[in-house]
Design a protein around this ligand. Sequence first.
Ligand code: HEM
Length: 214
Amino acid sequence: MLTKLTTLALAASVLAAPATEVVPRASNAKVCDDASKLCYAEYVASNSVSYRIAIPDTATTAAPYDIALSIVAPKAIGWAGIAWGGAMANNPLTLGWSNAATAVVSSRHSTGHTMPVAYDGASYTVLPSSKTNATHWQLDVICTGCSTWSGKTLDPGAAASLAFASAATAPADPSNNASKFGIHNAKGKWSQDLSAAKLTGFATLVAAAEKGSA
Ligand code: HEM
């Protein structure tokens, strides 16, 4: 009986999978970073790029709130990013890529399926825990402006529809956050339970992580 139910559940989840190049797999486990000491809800795409999110446990829809985002990618990934509204167009896009021993954040926005331009509706603090090592690059940022756009605020108590995209080719000028870059070769959408991303003591932990004293 158990086997039958499991088979049915598996079949249903396969049928419900979105038609994208990358079949996403999600995990609800909290992942804590040794360097920043921040703990995130994690989503891992099948090309092994992790998108980790933490929000204040005090967040409400009444006011914008900061979001801690960590993107951890194998070095073969040229750039990777999140679309906070779950689609490419008309919402804040947060991109990251490797640069020397660290990583760069680029704030973008697009009104369609064309090269996203710079977006000043969001601002970022890059944490010193960002790095590039022999196998991976990791971008850790605090975003102000990713939880709100066009008059709507992501509900911190509910599931958010998010999207990711990544490319094998790195941006033309990795040291420049306004660099041009090419189209993704992987993309997908997932539903992220934001209540699972709530972090107690967010402001204090973030302040320590920003100083590198975590
Ligand atoms: C040079 C930059 C980019 C170009 C030329 C581009 C182009 C396109 C095109 C033509 C599509 C529709 C066809 C397809 O499904 O492949 C698409 C879909 C999509 N793109 Fe991009 N893209 C770029 C950057 C980005 C970035 C930076 C993100 C997110 C961080 C992103 C997220 C998505 C997503 C989630 C979709 C799925 C459909 C949708 O949500 O609209 N793209 N893109």
